[in-house]
Design a protein around this ligand. Structure first.
Ligand code: DCP
Ligand code: CA
Ligand code: CA
Length: 359
């Protein structure tokens, strides 16, 4: 399966402020040069109907949405990362093997739990969609297929809130009419060159000789296109590279050096990195806090532990102590943002995951 969250950043914003639902919502990355300079990060489907999409200038989006009640918001990556982390935890539960790809999508291998039966696999997808809506009020689109490539293509088929199944016996029919632009990795340039070869569907692409493809696109892209046109892909679903740090940073409601006002956020961040540690079945040797002052100076303080830990309370307590000492050593700083970072990560191997077991 491939799951992709719908208009993700904009959907998070709709949840934070439900009154904007039903209006065009545009999430912007302001470059801060002039008032409206910058680009659109994403937008909801209502805004898309007016031609707004990721990557266009904000000024253009404003023109396209003139006369509507459009809402323009500044990107808030911290919020989206938190929602994403929680959704990934839900998704992971449904998979034998799980592979997160970026902030809003993931592959799930469900072969084993579906007993190798495609019909059983297909029943899992609606359960996942329901749980994500129930817990996080976020819709997603899921594609189910015999491999990662087909699942990914399928998840894009019926957005938003889609569920598309490509059974092994239907692969050829499905690909016959599929526009080449729907193949991951086929952008405008490749599409144009293919159209010069009179190819506009995957079916037509599959009739090209591999030597022609390699001559036109080089060995790696040529070979990929040759296989993709046939729906072939044998990449396993696997967790990415082991991370070498977990960090999380947050912005305080107002700038302060009052420890009592900082601790709730700090605890939250410490909890969140500790959960990631447990999820990856890892332990950390060092704990670090990062403080960004009201004048945007960055400070950090760290502590190396005697032995690696994955204990939430230990991580929380150490972060608090680091903060306390930092404030004492810097009588003039006022803090704007605070972060917790875990480094010196190691795998906990076959060790029993007690904290998770007890939860
Ligand atoms: N994103 C971005 N700039 C881009 C593309 C994406 O900042 N050029 C961000 C915003 C998106 C998120 O990444 O919300 C996920 O990207 P997607 O391509 O999956 O797009 P959406 O989730 O917004 O929409 P869709 O419903 O089409 O998946
Ligand atoms: Ca998405
Ligand atoms: Ca995506």
């Amino acid at each position: 399966m491939h799951a992709d969250l719908d208009y993700f950043y904009a959907q998070c914003e709709e949840n934070v402020n439900p009154t904007i639902r039903g209006k065009p919502v545009v999430v912007c990355v302001y470059s801060e040069r002039t008032e409206d300079s910058g680009v659109v990060s994403t937008c909801n489907y209502i805004a898309r109907r007016s031609g707004v999409k990721a990557g266009i200038p904000i000024v253009r989006a404003r023109k396209l949405l003139a006369g509507t009640e459009a809402i323009f918001l500044r990107i808030n990556k911290e919020l989206y990362e938190q929602v994403s982390d929680r959704i990934m935890t839900i998704l992971r539960k449904y998979a034998d093997a799980f592979e997160r790809v970026g902030i809003d999508e993931a592959y799930l291998d469900v072969s084993r739990r579906a007993n190798g039966d495609f019909n059983q696999a297909v029943r899992i997808a609606p359960q996942i969609k329901r749980e994500i809506v129930r817990c996080e009020h976020i819709t997603c689109s899921i594609g189910v297929g015999p491999n990662k490539l087909l699942a990914k293509i399928a998840s894009d088929e019926n957005k938003p809130d889609g569920l598309t199944i490509v059974k092994p016996e239907d692969v050829n029919t499905y690909l016959a009419k599929l526009p080449v632009s729907r193949i991951p990795g086929v952008g405008k340039k490749v599409e144009e060159r293919l159209s010069r070869l009179r190819v506009s569907t995957a079916g037509e692409l599959s009739r090209l000789d591999s030597t022609v493809l390699i001559r036109t696109f080089g060995k790696s892209l040529g070979n990929y296109l040759y296989q993709a046109a046939r729906g072939e892909d044998d990449e396993p679903v696997q967790e990415g590279e082991k991370p070498n740090q977990f960090s999380r940073i947050g912005t305080l409601k107002s700038n302060t050096r009052e420890i009592a006002q900082i601790i709730p956020l700090l605890d939250n961040l410490a909890n969140s990195v500790a959960i990631r540690l447990v999820e990856h079945n890892m332990a950390c040797k060092s704990i670090c806090i990062i403080a960004i002052t009201d004048s945007l100076k960055i400070h950090s303080r760290s502590r190396t532990l005697e032995s690696p830990t994955f204990d939430e309370n230990n991580i929380k307590q150490s972060s608090r102590e680091l903060l306390e000492r930092f404030l004492q050593s810097m009588p003039d700083v006022v803090i704007r943002r605070i972060g917790v970072k875990l480094t010196g990560l190691s795998s906990r191997g076959g060790q029993i995951d007690l904290s998770r077991f007890l939860r």
